[in-house]
Write a protein that binds this ligand. Structure first.
Ligand SMILES: NC(=O)c1ccc[n+]([C@@H]2O[C@H](COP(=O)([O-])OP(=O)(O)OC[C@H]3O[C@@H](n4cnc5c(N)ncnc54)[C@H](OP(=O)(O)O)[C@@H]3O)[C@@H](O)[C@H]2O)c1
Length: 253
């Protein structure tokens, strides 16, 4: 497995943490980004030092704030850093209000993080990526970027936008030999539903009577894409639990 320099956004919890936990055990240089850097430090502390092969830098970045992203990348540029893989994972959903009740603030905040954040991080990463050398951008979308559902309007819009961005980027980067992959999970049990619904019982109910994906399940796919041979690009990976067949079809006991 070749040594790479990798950026992971949203590395403090859920899928971002799980892929961080895997990649830290290989010979890479990792930039781990999130707002709650104490959470990143805590999960790294739980891994036996003998298993950690990567070198790690932790940065407190809110991807919805262009100034945070710019100051991080200005530093990378001044250091002459080169990035092989970007894992654009930071994201969230705010509530499940139907359009009639939705607020501009919720919709703008989802777009700002899930779409504009991913766009700007990718835009700043691109000049640092070697061309025709297996570099790749992995955008964590969702099946909510493939299918709308009642109460999901703002979140779906942000993930549809991310999907369109990934498709465009894939075409634009063809000449540079840089890959773009969309990771599109269904139900994954992480902090996601707690963040979305703000209530422990409601968050639990999302996965009631069925076996959801784990963060590790999706991290394994991202790990697979990260380590693909230089000439291989996976365009998208739509992954759902066995008990789910669409946004609307979930088999519960
Ligand atoms: N769970 C699911 O069912 C599911 C399904 C499909 C797609 N996804 C997508 O998978 C990705 C990861 O979600 P998850 O399930 O792992 O949720 P999670 O457990 O809530 O983790 C979300 C991560 O994103 C980070 N984040 C959120 N807003 C951020 C911001 N403004 N700036 C920087 N980091 C930010 C959080 O870090 P801090 O709070 O520390 O900043 C956290 O590390 C998201 O893009 C989500 O939309 C999730």
């Amino acid at each position: 497995m070749s040594s790479k320099t990798i950026i992971i956004t949203g590395a403090s919890a859920g899928i971002g943490r799980a892929i961080g936990e895997m990649l830290v055990q290989d010979d890479h240089h990792l930039y781990l980004l999130a707002r709650r850097t104490d959470k990143i430090e805590a999960w790294i502390d739980q891994i036996p030092p003998s298993k950690i092969k990567a070198t790690v830098e932790i940065h407190q970045i809110d991807v919805s704030r262009q100034e945070d992203v710019d100051s991080f990348f200005d530093q990378l540029v001044s250091e002459g850093a080169s990035i092989n893989v970007l894992i654009n994972n930071a994201g969230f959903a705010a509530g499940k209000d139907p359009v009639k009740l939705a607020t501009m603030q919720d919709w703008q905040s989802m777009m700002q993080t899930n779409f504009f954040g991913a766009f700007w991080v990718a835009k700043r990463t691109l000049p640092l990526m070697p061309k025709h050398a297996g570099s790749r951008i992995i955008n964590v979308g969702s099946i909510a970027g493939l299918q709308g559902y009642p109460g999901g309007g703002g979140y779906c819009a942000s993930k549809f936008a991310l999907k369109a961005f990934s498709q465009t980027l894939r075409l634009e980067l063809l000449e540079d030999g840089i890959g773009v992959t969309s990771i599109e999970p269904g139900l994954v049990e992480t902090e996601f539903s707690m963040v979305r619904l703000g209530d422990e019982q409601k968050a639990k109910d999302v996965y009631q009577g069925m076996k959801p994906l784990t963060a590790k399940d999706i991290a394994s796919m991202i790990y697979f894409v990260t380590n693909l041979p230089e000439h291989v690009n996976v365009e998208s990976l739509v992954t759902m639990p066995m008990a789910q067949a669409s946004v609307f079809h979930v088999q519960r006991k």
